[in-house]
Design a protein around this ligand. Sequence first.
Ligand code: FES
Ligand SMILES: [Fe+2]
Length: 414
Amino acid sequence: MAESRSDMMQRLAANTRVGYSFDREFYCDDAVFEADMDQVISRKWTMAGHVGQVPNKGDFFVFKIGDEQIIIIRENATSIRAFYNVCRHRGSLVCSATSGNAPKLVCPYHAWTYGLDGALLSARLMPDDFDKTANGLIPCHVREYFGFIFINMTDGTPDDFDATFGDMAAILDYHGFADAKVAHKASYPTAANWKLVVENFLECYHCQPAHPEFCSMHPPEALVAVGAGPSSGPTDAVEAYMPVLEAWERRVAAMGRPVGNIDDTPDSTHLRLVMQRTIRDGYQSETADGTAASSLMGKRTEFDGGRMHLAFSPISHVVACNDFAILFQFTPRTATLTDVDISWIVGAKAENPDVAKMVWAWDVTTVQDRQITEDNQAGIQSKHYIPGRYSDQERGVVNFQSWYLNQFGLQRAD
Ligand code: FES
Ligand SMILES: [Fe+2]
């Protein structure tokens, strides 16, 4: 008899140990990937993009996640809608373009035509008893929040958005994300399981060997202590960095910047994080020479020597410098393919940002991350892979794995 999904996850979880990487199946197996999509990814609020991608009525883009495609489209000045990209006639994709502008959504197959609210407006030669009102596009939960567009694919009632993210409002407001403009986008599809992409982003143990450019912009003690979030480094390194961080917090709080961090525990719904910290002395921004690539974002009046790493969930991250911010989307597509999409945004009033200068750090770093993550996946696919021990600088990964298993109601053996 075929093993049930819950029996499979229970069997796999029973093999896991706190402080060790997961077994191969978690990263390679199609059945685990399906379980991940149903039980984890579909139930979370996921950052699908930014309002700067859809400034005008009828502007749309298609967000692909797992086997799903979601059309995100601006209905009017105040409303963004999301629909599954599935025609109600015989199921064709309605939008074959990945982005564009459309006054109406016309299915390319037999020309059923939908309004920006998803209603079926016309369907040729249908029988008299056909009910157009019952054949609108299937909506997906969508929410705009300080310029970020979130979707949630759950069939049931999603986690209450404001209860989940409300305490981030002051920080998001300060940084000026809501009216930001998209300056550049780039894609780095990565041949690895989504959990490996996330785990790589939640530790800075690899920063020193893998990311010389990234390290050049940061104090080494900060990278060791909190390089990938408040819980990513060893406790003694965090304690050693605290006086520097607290002095910076006092200084920037006096300038009106909301300070403090968020470090969700593994029993949280979204494992959010906010880590605000210093960059290299004398640097204004994360650029090759440390000078700014754009004008100050948000409510700032001067450069403050800090940066923020914020995660809405393990697959939705934002890094904010003083003059631009970077959106990271780690979108699961198959068991061994993850879309890594990056958007660079600048303030509403920014004129002529230096895009090449702005993109340099995270382009070079993401190309490196793609390589190391794909190599990690390839090694795990060997039958000689054995789960290995984590360092003290990979505490964020341990938290993520506990959170992941919690989504299945499972725990690791000690
Ligand atoms: S499948 Fe869309 S109109 Fe026929
Ligand atoms: Fe990295």
